[in-house]
Design a protein around this ligand. Structure first.
Ligand code: HEC
Ligand code: HEC
Length: 346
């Protein structure tokens, strides 16, 4: 009895203190974005859902996310279902059922989309974002918007996003920042780190280790990092800053952002080694980032609008490019302001 009473009292006391504190400060803006943290959030489980339409789609979405290769991979029997061009799973990058903080979790994606995206210079929906990874990370084709697979992905994304307010600022989303060294990445040093820390799982030639045999659509125990069954050069992971941040806080497998073992410098160099290797090429990449001024500094494909060489966009040093990008953004903001300003009074 007491055990249920005390927390209730504590809660009431906390609420009273909270409302007092609020009354004293300026009123909270109810339209401001909510702030939520994923760091201690329990993982939602699709098995808890009933066997209705939503539950079935969320469960299929979870299955597609973790075993992408078995349903829409390039080796599945039904060739009309071969949407992905490689045998990765979404969870090869979006770890722990796409819920791990700083491993690009999908928790909250339903609440943060539609969203302006520089790559398209347009507002993008959840479906378009899924297809962004289908065409790049998965080196494949877009899923039709009315396909069961697309509905399953968006339902699963919706399920893991439950409880996150629309427009929230989310701690633990995307990847965690690093301090980038102000130098070109050292590919040779990165190769040594790869041999010591990565090769045991990802293989001498970054080819990974398959579950079964070629053609069986069973995917990988350890996914490939380069070569023909990897992400293509238009993928987010092909950008060295994104890869550095991901690797720094999520690899070798088993670490997270609190237990990471690589230094920022080591993660930067090993990412450079990984990205110096061959991988599939995406056609028409010059059409990405049509606004140009907001093209990420580590998008290592032409055109390069800031006058810096291709090699610097691929390997750094990045702090000078970040400075140039800030200038371009400021100039763009001024142009926008000038266009919006009312004509000067005479
Ligand atoms: C090779 C790694 C990789 C794989 C595999 C991958 N993604 Fe991604 N995904 C990324 C990266 C990196 C980003 C963030 C890119 C950026 O915006 O900089 C991302 C972003 C996303 C986002 C938006 C997340 C957010 O917080 O805004 C969604 C949704 C998504 N991916 C869906 C998928 C789906 C669905 C699959 C499988 C069909 C998939 N991804 C496979 C690397 C991957
Ligand atoms: C103990 C085995 C292991 C080690 C060691 C390891 N990885 Fe991984 N890596 C994995 C697994 C497994 C995944 C798929 C993610 C998952 O299932 O959670 C992965 C995924 C990745 C991915 C994203 C998916 C892809 O195929 O592109 C990258 C990039 C990556 N690892 C890089 C590295 C780097 C760099 C190192 C060394 C610093 C490293 N890994 C060490 C097991 C390992």
């Amino acid at each position: 009895m007491n055990r249920t009473h005390i927390p209730g009292l504590l809660l009431a006391a906390a609420l009273a203190v909270g409302s007092q504190a609020q009354a004293q400060t300026s009123p909270v803006n109810p339209l401001a974005p909510a702030k939520v943290s994923l760091l201690d959030r329990p993982q939602p489980n699709v098995d808890s859902l009933p066997d209705d339409e939503y539950g079935r789609l969320a469960r299929y979405g979870h299955e597609l996310t973790t075993r992408t290769f078995a349903h829409i991979g390039p080796e599945v029997k039904d060739d009309r279902k071969r949407f992905a061009g490689n045998n990765l799973a979404c969870t090869s990058c979006h770890q722990e059922n796409a819920t791990k903080p700083y491993a690009i979790p999908w928790v909250g994606v339903t609440s943060t989309f539609p969203q302006y995206r520089g790559r398209e210079d347009a507002l993008s929906t959840v479906e378009e974002r899924v297809n962004g990874c289908m065409e790049r990370s998965m080196n494949g084709k877009p899923l039709p918007l009315d396909s069961t697979e697309m509905k399953a992905f968006t339902t699963y994304i919706h399920f893991v996003s439950r409880g996150i307010p629309v427009g929230a600022e989310i701690e633990g989303s995307a990847t965690k920042a690093v301090k980038l060294p102000n130098r070109r990445a050292d590919v040779a040093a990165g190769e040594a780190i790869f041999k010591a820390q990565c090769q045991v799982c990802h293989g001498e030639n970054g080819e990974g280790r398959r579950v079964g045999t070629l053609g069986d659509a069973q995917g990988y125990v350890f996914p490939p990092l380069w070569g023909k069954d990897s992400f293509n050069n238009g993928a987010g992971m092909n950008r060295i800053i994104t890869a550095t941040r991901f690797i720094r806080h999520n690899m070798p497998q088993g670490v997270n952002h609190t237990t990471a073992i690589l230094t920022d410098d080591e993660a930067f160099d090993v990412a450079a080694y990984m990205l110096s290797q061959p991988r599939p090429l995406k056609a028409n990449l010059e059409k990405d980032f049509p606004a140009r001024w907001n093209k990420p500094i580590d998008a290592a494909f032409p055109p390069y609008v800031d006058g810096a060489p291709a090699d610097q966009h691929k390997y750094g040093p990045f702090p000078p490019l970040a400075e140039k990008a800030r200038e371009l953004a400021a100039r763009h903001a001024e142009e926008v302001k000038a266009k919006q300003a009312p004509p000067a009074a005479k």
